[in-house]
Design a binder for this molecule. Structure first.
Ligand code: ZN
Length: 128
C-alpha cells in the first residue's frame, strides 16, 4: 500500500508525485526551511510549481488537515476525556499541537496538492 506507485508513498515520503524518486524539499527536517522546495524534481525534472501561486491551493488542503485533526480531538474528548480534562485545557492542547505541527501540515499539504494533480508516470521526463 505504501510502496512505489502509491500516492501515499509519495505524500508521506515527500517524493516527486511523478517518479517517486526525487525529493520534494531541500531538507528532510520540516522545521528547517519548511517550504523550500526543489524547483524541479532532481530525478525526472518535473517542475513542482507549475505556475505562480500554484501552492495557494495547498492552503485549502492544510485547512482540511487541521479540521480533520480538530474533529478527531473533539470525538476523542467527548468519548474518552471529558471527565478528566476541561474543554479549555483541550483547546490549549489543540492550539499548541497545531502550532508545533504547522511545518508538517504545510509540507503534507503541498505533497497532497501535487499528488492531486500529478499521477505516477515513472518513465516520463521533462518539466511538464
Ligand atoms: Zn520526479
Amino acid at each position: 500500500m505504501l510502496g512505489k506507485g502509491s500516492r501515499l508513498y509519495s505524500i508521506f515520503g515527500m517524493k516527486c508525485p511523478r517518479c517517486h524518486e526525487g525529493d520534494l524539499f531541500k531538507t528532510s527536517n520540516p522545521y528547517v526551511k519548511t517550504n523550500e522546495m526543489h524547483e524541479t524534481c532532481p530525478h525526472c525534472g518535473l517542475r513542482y510549481e507549475r505556475e505562480t501561486g500554484y501552492f495557494f491551493g495547498a492552503m485549502y488542503v492544510s485547512y482540511m488537515l487541521n479540521i480533520a485533526v480538530f474533529v478527531t480531538f473533539l470525538i476523542a474528548y467527548f468519548l474518552l476525556l471529558d471527565q478528566y480534562i476541561s474543554g479549555a485545557v483541550l483547546m490549549g492542547i489543540y492550539i499548541g499541537l497545531t502550532l508545533v505541527l504547522n511545518p508538517i501540515y504545510s509540507r503534507l499539504s503541498r505533497a497532497i496538492w501535487l499528488n492531486f494533480w500529478q499521477g505516477y508516470e515513472p518513465e516520463k521526463r521533462g518539466t511538464r
